[in-house]
Design a protein around this ligand. Sequence first.
Ligand code: NAP
Length: 461
Amino acid sequence: MKVVLIGFRGTGKTAAGHLLARLLGVPFYDTDALIEEKAGAHVHEIFGAVGEEGFRKLEREVIATLPSGPGVFATGGGAVLSPENVEHLRRGRTVVLLQADAATIEKRIRDTARPPLTTMGLRAEIQHLLSVRRDAYLSAADMCVDTSARSANEVAIHIKRLLEEGTVPVERMEKAARAIAQSGIPEQEGRELLEKIGAIRDNPVLRFYGVAGYPSLHSRSPQLYAQLFSYFGINAHYIRFHDPSLSRILNLAADLDVRGLSVTIPFKQEVLDAVDHPDEHCSAIGAANTVLFCGGRSYAYNTDWMGIRDALFKEKGKTAVVLGAGGAAAAAAYALLSLGMEVTVLNRTVEKAEALAARFGCSSGVPRDFDRIRPAVVVNATPVGMEPDRGSPLTREHLFPGMTVFDLVYTPPETPLLRMARSAGCRVIQGREMFIRQAQAQFRHFTGIDAPLHMIREMMG
Ligand code: NAP
C-alpha cells in the first residue's frame, strides 16, 4: 500500500499517518522530518537560514527521491502547491487530503514551534492560506477526509477502510455502470467500464472522471485523459456520460464517486446551479466546463476562457471582435478583456450581443459593423464553417495581412474562414488550440499536475 497524506498543518497528517502506517504494516515517512535530516536542522531553523524559498527547494529534492516502495507518506502543508511535487507524489500512490475547519486547526497548532508564513494573526493566517491553497489541495487528492471531529485513531481507521473497501458500495457502482454502459456510448467503452467495476474489489482506490454532455459522442476527452492518466501513473478511469438530463448524470457520477467532470454542451450553464462552489471566473462568464467533487462538496471552474486567453497572449491590448454571442463567445470576450483588449461582440441577433456586452462592459453590434471596426484580432464563436457547413462568417474583403484570426470551430481543423485568412496573410489559430489549452488547465484542476502543451498536442494526434 502506498499512501500520501496531504493537507494544511494541524489536519492530522503526522499523528494519523503514524497510526495508519502501523495499521497497514508499512513504514511511515514524514517529508518534513526527511528535510530536517537532509539539512541537519529543524524546519524553523531552515526557514530562518534560507527562507521559505530555500525550504521549498529542499522539499522538492526530498519529494523527488522518496522511497518508491510501500509506505504512508505525510507531506508538509505547502508541498502540493508545486505541480512538480504533485507529479512525484501521485505516481503509483493514492493521495488522501485531510481537511479541518480553521478553528480546529488553530486549536491544534497554537502551541507548536512552526514559523508563521505571513505577518497576520494565527487565525487570519489559517483562513487566508486555506483559501489560497484550496484548489491545489482539492486537485492533488484522490479522496478527501474531514478530520475536524475525529481523533487521529479514528482518522487512521477511516482511511484504512476507504483504501480497502473504496468510497462507495460496490453494488451501487455496478448498478450505475450498467446504466452508463446502456446509455448509447460506444460499446467498447461500456464494456471497459463494466470490466473495471467487475475488478473493483482488487483495486478499490480506482478513481473515475468523465465527460458530461448530450451529445457527448464527439468528445475526444476520453481518449486524451486515458493517455494522460497512464503517462502520469494515476490510478483513474475516464468515462463518457451521454444523457439529456444533467441531474441524471450527476446522480450516476455520485454513485461512482466521480472525482471530476468535463462539462460540455448543453450543460455548461445549467451546471452552475448544481454546484456548491463556482469560482469567480465561471460565475462571471455564466458557464463552467470543469467540476471537481471532494468530501461531498462540488467545485466548478471554467477553463475554456483560459484556452482562448493563452492562445492570444501575444495580442495583448489590441482591438478585437468576437463573432457570436453564445457560450463560447462569452468565454472569448472574457478572455480578450483579461488581456486588456478593446472588445466588440457582433451577432446576428443584436439583443444577444448587447446583453453579453453589457455584462462585461464592452461594445456590441451586428456583423456589418465589422468593416467600421477593422479589428486586429477576430475570434469566430459561431458554428459557421463547422462540418458539414462550408460557409464562412467573414468574406475575403474583411481580412487583411497582420490580422489574427482564431476560429473556435475545430471540425474541420482548417475551416473555410482560416483557409481564406491564411491566403490573405493573416496569422491563423485553429480551434483545436483552444481545446488543447483548456484541457491542460482542466487536467491541472483534475490532478494538480502540469502536462506540457506539446504532450497534449501529440496525444490528440
Ligand atoms: P451557442 O451558445 O449555440 O452560440 C452560437 C452563436 O453563434 C449564437 O450567438 C448564434 O447567433 C451564432 N450563430 C449560430 N448560427 C449562426 C449562423 N448561421 N450565422 C451567424 N451566427 C450564427 O454555441 P457555442 O457553445 O457558443 O459554440 C459556438 C462555436 O464554438 C461552435 O462551433 C463550437 O464548436 C465552438 N467551440 C469550440 C470549442 C473549442 O474547444 N475549440 C469550445 C467550445 C465551443 P444567435 O444568437 O443569433 O442565435
